[in-house]
Design a protein around this ligand. Structure first.
Ligand code: SPV
Ligand code: MG
Length: 434
């Protein structure tokens, strides 16, 4: 019996389109097609994680008639899978001759030489852009359960999750769409932070729980209407334990991926205020009960509860912070936000250095508002998995608006500030008609 040749093809296969089918069909004419399906982690190393998780993508691919089998490809690099399979052919669209996969391609060619394998590069199917399809998805929206689970998936696949404050739909759209390319890697925000501070300020109210949760969730829903990325909700101290399960249900129903709950009690005060007199911390055992309540109320463990330790904010020091983090982790928290209002990350790094070694270690979250010089790479090195830029968009918008308002008053007309504001046409075209 003639032994069939082996054809290897690496795929992300997030949004399957006719381009994928055409390349798989072509591959099958050379032999048995083995798909190396990129894991979320492999994809996250050069762009945003896919809409569908690995399991679901695998089901789709292994049921395509041109595919013989599917294996995991855990890195963008093909070498370890190729060494394992020693395929006669590797097939890939010729679009990887430039861009982020150029080096990967060179390594494939080199390794194939070892067993005289061949690289086949059909012309990339033009006019099918997954970016365009993704735009369509955005128009349709995303189901809450898809969105909720995205944060947990990111936690397992990215070195650091980058969240930016969103206080309305327009800021949500900036976070959703903005992308830059740095050294051939797409860089973007992973999701949004619904900040109690900026949500309240946008409505002209102080950050002392003057906005009730239904108002906060209404702002969240506006953002959810026009975005697909995960959103993390600032739940202050979660309110009364007796009401927590209703809050959790509402958040999950809206598609929120996580709530961050702080261990303060009494009339709420923003943590960045210098004077924290009157603010106090909950008893660790009582706060642990709140965490447990969230865990038992959530419909899915994909919805995360992040415990925010305020010991440094209230001058209680490292040992108190560590003790609390241990208790909250044991109570079921999925991550710890260790907050600080120092102007360097020294304090939070002293915490992570010890907590990293604990058997109760869970991922860490940083909010570098006052210590804004810290680079993400240093947060990663120190065990942080989520960074929240908690208020920057509102801080950018307010002075810009105030300046323009002032200039109109000064000049008695708006002509002088035309060069500081975008043309009306641009605003009209900014939001496509539904
Ligand atoms: C918020 O953004 O509302 C926060 C972070 O809770 S902080 O303002 O630092 O307290
Ligand atoms: Mg807040």
């Amino acid at each position: 019996m003639k032994i069939r040749k082996k054809v290897y093809i690496g795929l992300a296969a997030d949004i399957i389109h006719e381009g994928h089918i055409s390349i798989l069909k072509k591959a099958s004419t050379f032999g048995d097609v083995i798909v190396g399906l990129l894991t979320d982690e492999a994809i996250a190393s050069y762009k945003n994680i896919p809409y569908l998780d690995y399991k679901r993508r695998k089901i789709i691919i292994q049921n395509i008639k041109y595919v013989k089998s599917v294996i995991k490809q855990e890195t963008l690099d093909y070498v370890s899978n190729l060494n394992l399979i020693k395929p006669d052919f590797v097939i890939h669209g010729d679009d990887w001759k430039k861009g982020p996969q150029k080096k990967t391609r060179e390594r494939v060619i080199k390794i194939l030489r070892k067993w005289s394998g061949k690289l086949i590069e059909p012309k990339y199917t033009k006019n099918i852009s997954s970016t365009l399809i993704k735009k369509k998805i955005l128009e349709v929206g995303t189901l809450p359960e898809n969105r909720v689970s995205r944060l947990k998936r990111l936690l397992f696949s990215k070195k650091i999750i980058r969240l930016l404050e969103s206080h309305n739909s327009l800021t949500g759209l900036i976070i959703e769409n903005l992308k830059i390319n740095k050294k051939n890697i797409d860089i973007e925000y992973d999701g949004m932070w619904s900040s109690s501070l900026t949500d309240s300020a946008t409505k002209g109210k102080p950050d002392n729980s003057s906005l009730d949760f239904s108002s906060r969730i209404s702002s969240v829903n506006d953002i959810m209407d026009v975005t697909t990325k995960p959103l993390v909700f600032d739940a202050d101290n979660g309110g009364q334990i007796e009401h927590l399960s209703f809050l959790v249900k509402s958040l999950e129903r809206s598609g929120v991926s996580a709530m961050i709950m702080e261990d303060k009690i009494g009339l709420k005060k923003n943590s960045l205020f210098k004077n924290q007199s009157g603010a106090s911390q909950d008893k660790p055992s009582l706060f642990a009960k709140k965490i447990k309540k969230v865990c038992s109320s959530r419909q899915s463990s994909d919805f995360l509860v992040i415990a925010r330790v305020e010991s440094f904010i209230l001058g209680k020091g490292l040992n108190d912070a560590l003790k609390r983090a241990e208790i909250y982790s044991k109570a079921g928290a999925d991550a710890i936000l260790i907050h600080s209002k120092e102007n360097t990350p020294k304090e939070i790094f002293s915490f992570s250095k010890i907590f990293k070694k604990s058997k109760n270690f869970i991922p860490l979250v940083a909010v570098p508002s006052t210590y804004s010089k810290v680079f993400e790479k240093d947060l990663i090195k120190n065990g942080f998995k989520i960074v929240i830029y908690a208020n920057q968009l509102l801080r950018a918008a307010y002075p810009a608006m105030e300046l323009v308002a002032k200039k109109i008053l000064e000049n008695g007309r708006s002509f002088e500030i035309e060069n500081k504001i975008i043309p009306i046409k641009k605003i009209i075209n900014l939001i496509p008609e539904g």
